[in-house]
Design a protein around this ligand. Structure first.
Ligand code: G16
Length: 542
């Protein structure tokens, strides 16, 4: 390894020199910034992935993407052996390594090796993939050189969605028990489960969809999906990357935040439409009713649909597993009421970031987690999977109960349990709607969202905003929380919170209230307070 470190140092001072002094943090979803500022970070993350692989004695994943961010941004995140996000204690290691001067690399690598007790002779293996951003291919080369310089083996999967890369990592580290680590393996697993359970022409359910692929990798991958299910589901692809820019006026984030359809989709009343984000790990649905009014079915609506379905299947199977749902502060107040009071499923609230939701969902036998922005999945504990599997063969159960248990067991195969996955989530939603025989309107009727608004406020240094209570309250700057409380108290059903983004250089503001006008007004007022107390820059929200 010492020879490798020498080579890494040489390359760090020549080909992969740090060309700027900006500090880049391993944030909500890895490193994210302008693509042009990331070359040295990718090289160093190649090296770090090799070290992580040696520590875990397993294949580590690296995904090059900035997901919902604009096309000129890029990013990188490491994926741990079971396809989960990098362990949080390594985030600071990654941040330090990404930011130190070129001359300090050798010393820092030796520190990591010592502190983490790394066996330098342990072989290392890294899986990596990238999204369709113009900068991604070059950054993938830098990553590959980092892996090679550190003496690691690798497999470059080229263009994949983020959740597909997570899936590949889990497959290889479970000796293919989770599935085959190939694109075909992924599609075969998901679509076989879908084919078994899907009810094509049931009641009001129509087997056709329009997908906004955000001009990203989701388009390429959905074309492959279509090859597997074209006899079951008619899919029309929009924003497929042939002309528009990635995430520009399209994609899940745009639709969720703007609460309107993306460019490129001419909504016809009743047609189910959906948007992925740039790397297809998020999904939101929407439709226009007969009066052409736009209705959004976001992550909260997907979570409630899924939790209700799983709860029914468990009850029909005669199983009493501990089912729970995890949300963040962005969850609409009506969704939390509905889950708690109508579905009677316990709800937990955690800070933004899939890693937090995933972690909390592991505490349930079956943990459904979704961010309102459409990022989520379902986790089945080993105990739950075994109990369900036993129930399919349990002769003390009725045939109907065994059949429901088999259905539940098949559903597990449809779900990418490593992380939120737009393609897998879409198949799950379609399966549930087809089983219920519902159109989008019937799905939407479960509860009515409180009007809500999200804003971004640019400030000098977003780290001045400190939060607590799963980001529902601020502790700094002084006076901010009191000011928010005072504003909120003036609105019926008012609720608002602010938090620094972990993926963009902004402070996010969320507000909900009894009417659209009030939600918009509250958001603007809270945004203005943030601007005044936290060093706002540019345009003041009010
Ligand atoms: C990422 C994270 C999500 C998070 C989102 C916004 O999404 O994976 O968990 O909700 O960023 O985070 P923030 O508000 O901190 O900027 P994606 O789809 O961009 O990877």
């Amino acid at each position: 390894m010492q020879k490798n470190i020498q080579l890494i140092c040489t390359l760090s001072k020549s080909k992969f020199k740090k060309k700027h002094s900006k500090v880049i943090q391993y944030g909500t979803a890895g490193f994210r910034t302008k693509g042009e500022d990331l070359e040295h970070v990718l090289f160093r993350m190649g090296v770090l992935a090799v070290l992580r692989s040696k520590v875990k004695k397993a294949t580590i994943g690296v995904m090059i993407t900035a997901s919902h961010n604009p096309e000129e941004d890029n990013g990188v995140k490491l994926v741990d052996p079971m396809g989960e996000m990098l362990e949080s204690s390594w985030e600071s290691i990654a941040t330090k390594l990404a930011n130190i001067n070129d001359d300090d690399i050798a010393a820092e690598l030796n520190t990591i090796i010592q502190q983490e007790n790394i066996d330098e002779n342990q072989p290392a293996n890294v899986f990596f993939a990238r999204d369709t951003r113009p900068s991604s291919e070059h950054l993938a080369s830098a990553l590959q050189e980092g892996i090679t310089a550190a003496g690691g083996n690798f497999q470059n999967f080229g263009l994949l969605t983020t959740p597909q890369l997570h899936y590949m990592v889990r497959c290889i580290n479970t000796n293919n028990n989770y599935g085959q680590p190939t694109e075909d393996g992924y599609y075969n697993k998901l679509t076989a489960a879908f084919r078994t359970l899907y009810k094509q022409g049931n009641k009001n359910y129509k087997a056709s969809l329009v997908i906004d692929a955000a001009n990203g990798i989701g388009a390429i991958q959905t074309k492959l999906l279509i090859l597997h299910i074209k006899d079951l589901l008619h899919i029309e692809l929009r924003n497929d990357g042939s002309s528009g820019r990635l995430n520009h006026e399209c994609g899940a984030d745009y639709v969720k935040v703007q609460q309107k359809p993306p460019a490129g989709i001419d909504m016809k009343p009743g047609t189910r439409c959906l948007s992925y984000d740039g790397d297809a790990d998020r999904i939101v649905y929407y439709y226009a009713d007969k009066d052409n009014t736009f209705h959004l079915l976001d992550g909260d609506k997907i979570a409630t649909l899924v939790a209700g379905y799983l709860k029914n299947l468990m009850s029909d199977s005669g199983l009493t597993l501990n089912l729970g749902l995890v949300q963040t502060a962005y969850a609409n107040g009506s969704s939390t009421d509905y889950i708690t009071n109508k579905l009677q499923v316990p709800v937990a609230c955690v800070p933004t970031g899939v890693k937090h939701l995933h972690h909390r969902a592991l505490e349930f036998d079956i943990g459904v987690y979704f961010e309102a922005n459409g990022h989520g999945t379902v986790l089945f504990s080993d105990k739950a999977t075994q109990t369900i599997s036993n129930a399919t063969k349990d002769t003390s159960k009725t045939e109907a109960q065994r059949k429901s248990a088999s259905c539940l067991l098949t559903v597990i195969d449809l779900i990418n349990q490593t992380v939120g996955d737009a393609i897998s989530d879409m198949l799950l939603v379609e399966l549930i709607l087809s089983t219920q025989g519902w159109d989008a309107e019937q799905w939407n009727q479960a509860y009515i969202d409180l009007p809500n608004r999200q804003l971004k406020v640019k400030v000098k240094d977003r780290s001045v905003i400190q939060t607590t209570d799963a980001e529902r309250k601020t502790t700094a700057p002084a006076g901010l929380q009191e000011a928010i409380d005072k504003l909120v108290s003036g609105y019926l059903k008012g609720r608002s919170f602010v938090r620094p983004s972990g993926t963009e250089d902004v402070v996010r503001v969320y507000a909900e209230a009894d009417t659209r006008v009030n939600a918009d007004k509250l958001a603007a007022e809270v945004g203005a307070v943030v601007y005044d107390l936290a060093g706002g820059q540019g345009e003041r929200p009010l």
